[in-house]
Design a binder for this molecule. Structure first.
Ligand SMILES: Nc1nc2c(ncn2[C@@H]2O[C@H](COP(=O)(O)OP(=O)(O)OP(=O)(O)O)[C@@H](O)[C@H]2O)c(=O)[nH]1
Ligand SMILES: [Mg+2]
Length: 180
């Protein structure tokens, strides 16, 4: 994962969780630490979050370009702060991700690819645990400027490779999601 930039998004409101879910514990580790651990081998590591909210040694703090505007805006900040190339984008609320998960996405790239996403158990792409190329930045900025906020539109279908059968996509939105 040498040529990969990691970007963890942790600027959400956790309104369904009821407390800051980045700091919630699972098996004695915060959700933030768990997702960061899955990407620790990346050469550059970015934490997109409100300045000063978290202490994450080894992770470079990146402020949101459009604070509070959601994950697509978080991706814009990440792509803008990354060197040209591939970015692994991860929500802080995906505590079961592993280095093997990211390796499988990296291996699925083709020369035309601008995004690699895994299909979850219900067959839907998971855009918050996915690879994006920095060449997508103008498209993402254009979408945001036009009022679009859906992260799944960040890359076109034609430029996206989908990978099925990967474990690790539990998404923690409520306290009950932690008990599964
Ligand atoms: N940097 C950044 N991250 C965000 C932003 N909005 C959401 N996120 C992150 O995106 C991921 C998915 O967020 P959600 O679970 O959909 O939203 P949330 O706001 O954290 O939680 P809810 O209030 O319950 O919807 C989480 O890791 C959030 O921290 C944002 O505006 N900026
Ligand atoms: Mg979520």
């Amino acid at each position: 994962m040498n040529d990969l930039t990691a970007a963890v998004l942790a600027g959400g409101r956790s309104s369904r969780f009821g407390a800051d879910k980045a700091l919630a514990l699972l098996d004695g580790q915060t959700l933030l630490n768990r997702v960061c651990a899955s990407l620790q081998a990346c050469s550059k590591r970015l934490l997109v979050a409100p300045p000063g909210r978290y202490d994450a040694p080894g992770w470079h703090p990146v402020p949101d370009t459009r604070p509070g505007e959601g994950p697509l805006a978080g991706l814009e900040a990440a792509l803008g702060a990354a060197p040209p190339g591939w970015v692994a984008l991860a929500g802080v609320d995906l505590p079961d991700l592993t280095p093997a998960y990211w390796q499988a996405l990296l291996e699925a790239r083709t020369p035309e690819t601008l995004s690699v996403q895994a299909l979850d158990a219900s067959g839907r792409p998971q855009p918050l645990a996915a690879l994006y190329h920095t060449a997508l930045l103008p498209r993402v900025t254009g979408l945001l400027d036009s009022g679009e906020r859906r992260l799944r539109l960040a890359a076109s279908r034609e430029s996206t490779v989908l990978v099925s059968g990967l474990p690790g996509l539990r998404n923690v939105n409520t306290p009950a999601d932690l008990q599964q």
